[in-house]
Design a protein around this ligand. Structure first.
Ligand code: COA
Ligand code: MG
Length: 294
């Protein structure tokens, strides 16, 4: 699957931000029609996003559109106006059931047929940001082959729970773990919630690192200055790549000599550590690094 380390949000009715976002080298931009757009700008935002998809050069950055939630009654028209302009995918907020994913997938199929595009070619990401969405994760991850991944949304979830956001995040820890767990159980990608303090780069780095260590593939960004840092955290550095290669080479040598478990630099190594090292190399390759020349 496509590497998606930093996915940058911007309001869909703000052409300047879309153009700026398109030129930053983010892995993906998400042009928003939902909560980042005022109620009286919803119709305008659809038109703006469709126009931007047709006119702006996004280089290698993927183009996603977050539509409104199904219960608003706007989602269907969002799809009808924006998807003919051919985004790479649609982000569906406040997903609570498998049926909601299937409904949007069906609307996407209609547009695909009309344009003679391959079925399933417009991808889907589902945001899990309600108590019910967390409860129904199992059915959501099984819902539709169009689904590429799950996004964890902490702010809306806290609102839904009546919880208060804290720095440590204990109030959303269960859900943050459940989202990545369900995604990985079904071979989907998982993306962590945006970090809303725009000036706290230390906080952003530690929350991003935590997401990486939990198994997340990437994190949402909401400001240009967050993009490079998120990408850096999700890209193994030369040292990490060399350590992974060293461990895998030692493992092959030990296997050939008939032993499955061995000691390397004072630590026990067996299959799970080998798998973790392979994940490091896979992340590096996905980020475009030639690991053999590191
Ligand atoms: N995408 C692209 N460009 C962005 C951007 C974003 N998310 N956020 C800011 N910029 C641009 C600004 O337009 C400005 O460009 P300029 O220097 O060419 O004028 C520059 O980056 C610096 O922005 P800054 O002045 O620091 O921020 P702001 O006050 O313009 O905007 C926010 C602050 C929070 C409104 C803005 O970052 C934003 O819209 N974020 C995304 C919000 C969103 O989509 N939320 C929904 C999902 S959670
Ligand atoms: Mg939200």
């Amino acid at each position: 699957m496509q590497t998606r380390r930093a996915l940058l949000f911007m309001p869909g009715d703000d052409r300047h931000k879309i153009e700026k976002g398109a030129a930053l080298g983010a892995d993906a931009v998400i042009m928003d029609l939902e909560d980042g757009v005022a109620l009286n700008r919803k119709v305008e935002a659809r038109q703006q996003v469709a126009a931007a998809l047709r006119e702006v050069h996004f280089h290698l950055t993927e183009r996603w559109v977050r539509i409104n939630a199904l219960h608003t009654g706007w989602a269907e028209e969002d799809v009808q106006v924006v998807v003919p302009a051919h985004p790479d995918g649609v982000v569906l907020p406040k997903v609570q059931t498998a049926q909601q994913v299937q409904d949007i997938s069906h609307h996407l199929s209609l547009v695909e047929h009309k344009h003679d595009w391959p079925e399933g070619h417009i991808r889907l990401l589902a945001i899990i940001e309600t108590a019910r969405g967390v409860m129904n994760l199992r059915e959501i991850v099984e819902s539709d082959p169009r689904l590429d991944g799950l996004i964890f949304g902490a702010e809306d979830l806290a609102g839904d729970l009546g919880a208060t956001r804290t720095t440590g995040g204990a109030e959303v820890a269960y859900a943050r773990g459940a989202v990545v767990l369900h995604a990985k159980a079904y071979g989907l990608q998982a993306f962590d919630t945006p970090f809303v303090d725009l000036s706290d780069m230390t906080g952003l780095e530690s929350q991003t690192r935590e997401a990486l260590y939990m198994g997340y593939d990437g994190k949402l960004a909401i400001h240009p200055r967050q993009v490079a840092l998120i990408q850096k955290v999700f890209t193994p550095d030369a040292d990490a790549i060399r350590r992974a290669q060293h461990l895998i080479a030692a493992h092959h040598a030990q296997q050939a000599a008939g032993s499955g478990v061995f000691e390397l630099d004072g630590r026990m190594v067996d299959q799970p550590m080998v798998r973790a090292a392979e994940t490091v190399l896979a992340r590096a390759r996905a980020a475009g690094i030639d690991v053999d020349s590191v």
